[in-house]
Design a binder for this molecule. Sequence first.
Ligand code: GDP
Ligand code: IMO
Ligand code: MG
Length: 417
Amino acid sequence: MNKAVIGLQWGDEGKGKIVDYLSDDFDLVVRYQGGNNAGHTVIVDDTTYKLNLIPSGVIRGKICYLGQGVVLDPYHFYNEYNQITKKIDNPMVYLSSNIPLILEYHKQLDKINELILKNEKKIGTTSKGIGPAYQDKVGRKSIKLYDLKSKYVIEEKLHTIKKFYDPILESFDESKINIEKTVQELLNFYDLVKELIVDNSFIKKKFINKKILFEGAQGALLDLDHGSYPFVTSSNTVSSNIVIGSAIQVDYKTVGIFKAYATRVGNGPFPSELFDDVGDYIAKKGVEIGTVTKRKRRCGWLDLVSLKYSCEINRVDELCMTKADVLNNLSEIKVCKSYNLKKYEDVNFSESYSLDAVSLDDEDFELFPSWGEVKDLSKFENLPYNLKKFISYIEEYLSIPIKIISLGPERNQTIIR
Ligand code: GDP
Ligand code: IMO
Ligand code: MG
C-alpha cells in the first residue's frame, strides 16, 4: 500500500528521518507541496544530509519526484541537487514541468510583507519567497518550469510581472526586476536541468502499480486553510492535498508523525509553550534549532488537543512518535489533554484567534514519571514500563495506534510495531 508521512504539529517532527527509514519499501518518493522552507535532516552512519526540496528517499537511491504543488527556487534546487550528487551516485530526481518558480522578487516581497507587519503580527517566515510565489500561482502570474523552453514566453511574462511589482519594490528601496538578467539566468538553469523535467503524464505512466511514498513538508498546524492563520505557511500541508499537488491519483495510508513534545518556529499561537528551564532543557537536548533559518525553536509539552484535530483533518491511519528520548531524564513529563477556556466553550482551530483564549491550568495536564535512559531498542516490549504507559495514554486519547517509535536521529534507533 502507498503511504504518506504527514507532520501533525508545526513542522520538524522528524519527517525526513522517517521517510528515509521507510523508503526502502517503496519505488518512488514524492513531495507535493512547499518549497525550500522545509528542512529535513537525515543522519545515516557518519553522514548528515540536510534536504530542503529533494525527498529523503534519494539517500536510499529511490526515484524522487517533485510534484506540481511544490514551488521551486531554481538556484536552491540546483545547489541541492549538486550537493547530493557528491554523496549519492546517480540520484534520480524528476521535476513536474507544471511547478511554479520562486524568483528573486518573491524573496524581496517576502521581506516587504514582514517589514510592514508590527512586532507580534510578523509571521516569522523563512524568507525564502514561499508566500509571494504561491500568491503568483493563485494570481495566474507564475513562470512555470514548462515556460523555460521559450525565451519569448519568459520575457513576455516578466514584462507583466514587472509592471505589477516594480512600483512596490521601488517604494521599499528594493531593486526592480531586471528582465534581461532574469531571462538569462532562467535559460542557463533550464540548460542544466532540462533532463529532469517531465510532464505529469510521464510519472503516471512510469509508476503505474508501483509503490509510492509521499513526503509531507511543514505540519498540519501550519496548513494554509486548517492551520493557525495567518501564522501558517502558504500551501496545504494536509494529506488531502496529495492528489492535487502530485497529480498522482492513488490511494494511500496516512502515517501521522509527531514529536513526544512540541516545537514551533516563527510566531503564532502555541498553548502548551514552556518559558522555563524545562523548555530550555528540551531545546538543548533536542537540538531544536531551525534547519533552514537557524532560529531557536520554541518548545512546549505535547498538546493532545491540537494533535487530535490534526489526526482528524488528515484522516490519520497510524502514528509515528519521535524524539521521546529527549524527555528520558526529566523527572516529570507532562502532556496537555484539555484547554481551559476562559471565553469560549470550545476552541475552534479553523478560527485561530479562538486559541488566544487558551490559558492552561494544572488540571489540563496529565503527568508521567520519568522513564530514564532507553537502553534496549530491539523491540517495543523491552521499552521502559513508564514509556509504554506514556505511549498507550496517547494512543487511547487519539484512538489511533502508534506503529513507529523513533528514539534517536539514527536509522537503527527506530522501532516498528
Ligand atoms: P522534519 O522537518 O520533520 O524532517 O524534521 P527536522 O529534520 O527539521 O527536525 C528533526 C530533527 O530531529 C533532526 O535533526 C533529526 O535528525 C532529529 N531526530 C529525528 N528523530 C529523532 C528522534 O527520535 N530522537 C532524536 N533525539 N532526534 C531525532
Ligand atoms: P519542515 O518541512 C517548521 C514556518 C515558518 C513560519 C511559517 C511561514 O522542516 O517541517 P514560510 O516561509 O513557509 O512562509 O513561513 O511557517 N515554517 C516551518 N516551520 N518547519 C518547516 O518545514 C517550516 N516551513 C515553514 O517558520 O512560521
Ligand atoms: Mg524541518
